[in-house]
Design a binder for this molecule. Structure first.
Ligand code: Q46
Ligand code: ZN
Length: 288
């Protein structure tokens, strides 16, 4: 199993030209099995990989996941040159993710998504990493694709590939080296390699559409094995053809993005969504 997983990841890295042996990689870790497994695999394959953990300040869940990440990082550092970077939402925003979302009247998960995307990108760019890697697996990508297709979110479809180039200055290249592996295969790898991860899902994920799409795809997979793989890989082939016809995403990004007037990160508006969010939160706190 370990060899099979390593082969699949090596194949993904090569076929999608994700990074090379000299590149510095920043892995986004949550304490869950996928991201810790990804960090483990990249180091085992000889890559230069560090990790970034964003502590969301969710009572109970964040303490446990943070502890798992710290312990795993210390274990990896015994045999590899690697380090863990930690960002804390409470420190940066003055509140945990749930309180922050309530303060600005936005759903917790969309607030969380904005913060994580921003923090990971900024850390990767500022600390000169060549690429940022996330632990999304085949099940995640197929479920996300199903959601995007059901709602015909074509602008998201374009960006659903496993390797997104650094289209403009200020954006890190983003890759998903586990996209060829199913959740089960990764879980098996984690058990065999004694990776101690947080088993519980984030409590905010309860009732999410993603979990529903995963369930539906699992049912289809039981009836017709190979469905997820055909669905996602078929999409990647179509997407590649489409892109060669309509021009690259980089060209579109270059035309639409410019630096945020507050923080300098690329955005299509005058002020990026992270800075807008932080400004709204600050205004609420001072007016309270
Ligand atoms: S971590 Fe964040 Fe997820 Fe938790 S608050 Fe929602 S988005 S469910 S990947
Ligand atoms: Zn900004």
């Amino acid at each position: 199993m370990t060899e099979f997983v390593h082969e699949q990841v090596a194949r993904a890295i090569k076929s999608e030209r994700m990074f090379g042996p000299d590149d510095r990689i920043l892995v986004a870790v949550s304490g869950g099995k996928d991201s810790l497994t990804l960090w483990h695999i990249l180091l085992a394959l000889g890559y230069r990989a560090d990790a970034l953990y964003v502590d969301l300040g969710i009572p109970g869940y964040s303490d446990t996941s943070h502890e798992k990440v710290e312990r795993f990082s210390a274990k990896l550092a015994e045999s590899h040159e690697t380090k863990l970077i930690v960002h804390t939402v409470q420190e940066q925003a003055g509140a945990g993710i749930r309180e922050l979302a309530m303060l600005i009247h936005r759903p917790t998960c969309s607030t969380c998504g904005t913060i994580k995307r921003y923090q990971f990108n900024r850390a990767a760019v500022e600390q000169n990493y060549d690429v940022m890697a996330t632990g999304h697996n085949l099940d995640d990508e197929a479920a996300r694709l199903l959601g995007n297709v059901l709602h015909w979110q074509t602008e998201y479809l374009e960006k659903q590939g496993p390797s997104l180039p650094a289209s403009v200055e200020g954006f890190a290249k983003k890759v998903k080296p586990l996209y060829r592996l199913s959740e089960r295969e990764i879980a098996a790898y984690a058990v065999l390699n004694r990776i101690d991860y947080i088993v519980e899902e984030c409590p905010m994920a309860k009732g999410s559409k993603m979990l529903l799409y995963k369930e539906v795809l699992n049912r289809l997979e039981t009836e017709s094995p190979g469905t997820k793989q055909r669905f996602y890989c078929g999409f990647l082939e179509q997407n590649a053809e489409e892109r060669s016809r309509t021009g690259s995403m980089q060209d579109k990004d270059r035309a639409a993005l410019h630096p945020c007037t507050v923080c300098g990160q690329p955005t299509s508006a005058e002020i990026c969504s992270y800075c807008k969010m932080m400004a709204r939160a600050k205004a609420k706190v001072t007016s309270a």
